[in-house]
Design a protein around this ligand. Structure first.
Ligand SMILES: Nc1nc2c(ncn2[C@@H]2O[C@H](COP(=O)(O)OP(=O)(O)OP(=O)(O)O)[C@@H](O)[C@H]2O)c(=O)[nH]1
Ligand SMILES: [Mg+2]
Length: 237
């Protein structure tokens, strides 16, 4: 399908998840797939684990970012590298097992099933998709965020807030990575907005999103406020 695929894993304090996640992804033996860990100098030693994984496995690459840290900034750095080094596709996924690797074949298979698309989204909000392990408030929060993003930005995707997705090279070239304004959580929707505005099309495949079992969450009430502020900014811009 794709000759080369870069799978980007942004990590911050994922010591308990990283090694087993990387093993699970590599066990799928997806041809042409390489993993790029983008770590923000995690204080828990995730960066050292990433280094040792990349020493043992030629398919694992690592970037140690300098401050300021951010999920959004780490993602951009990964996508820019994928674009500049000529990868044919780039996947992003969380490193806490919330995005189970077993869906990767479906995600990549979507490009064959729906010819002409430039983005495959692992979706919680189409039939067959769901979320496991969240308290009621997080279900509400996610559903409202998705609704707000779709309405405010006029997006067509059913799951606009999913960070489990794969872009083609054409999409990597169409998205203005260097001039994105969000550095935090709203980067997911900002990238999708640029993708849709470029006239490219997507398709979605259902996933079961699983709440993290190990490590600590970085989501706080401040994250939600920051998301809203960022969304407002690039919507106007
Ligand atoms: N490089 C980098 N990665 C980050 C940063 N913040 C979060 N991440 C990673 O981004 C992914 C998603 O972050 P999470 O903390 O799981 O946030 P979440 O998925 O929104 O919320 P929970 O799963 O409830 O914790 C994970 O792989 C994190 O390790 C950051 O500042 N820098
Ligand atoms: Mg998570």
């Amino acid at each position: 399908m794709f000759g080369s695929i870069l799978l980007i894993l942004p990590t911050y304090n994922e010591r308990e998840n990283l090694a087993s996640l990387v093993e699970e992804i590599l066990a799928l033996k997806i041809p042409g797939l390489e993993i790029l860990i983008v770590d923000d100098q995690s204080p828990d030693g995730t960066g050292e684990i990433a280094e040792s994984l990349s020493r043992d496995r030629p398919e694992v690459l690592v970037i140690h970012r300098k401050p300021p840290r951010g999920r959004g900034l780490a993602g951009i750095e990964g996508f820019v590298l994928a674009r500049d080094q000529g990868y044919e596709a780039a996947v992003e996924m969380d490193a806490d097992f919330s995005h189970p690797p077993r869906y990767l074949p479906n995600l990549l298979g979507l490009f064959k099933e729906v010819p002409g698309i430039d983005l495959a989204i692992g979706s919680r909000y189409i039939p067959g998709g769901k979320i496991e392990g969240w308290p009621r408030w997080r279900h509400w929060n996610s559903a409202v965020a998705n609704w707000v993003a779709r309405r405010a930005l006029g997006l067509k995707a059913r799951d606009c807030t999913s960070g489990y997705r794969c872009f083609t090279r054409r999409a990597l070239l169409a998205i203005p990575w260097e001039s994105l304004s969000a550095t935090g959580p709203a980067i997911v929707e900002e990238v999708l907005m640029h993708f849709e505005r470029a006239g490219l099309s997507h398709s979605e495949t259902p996933i079961t999103f699983v709440e993290r079992q190990r490590g600590t969450s970085k989501v706080t009430p401040m994250t939600i406020l920051r998301w809203l502020r960022e969304l407002g900014r690039f919507r106007r811009g």
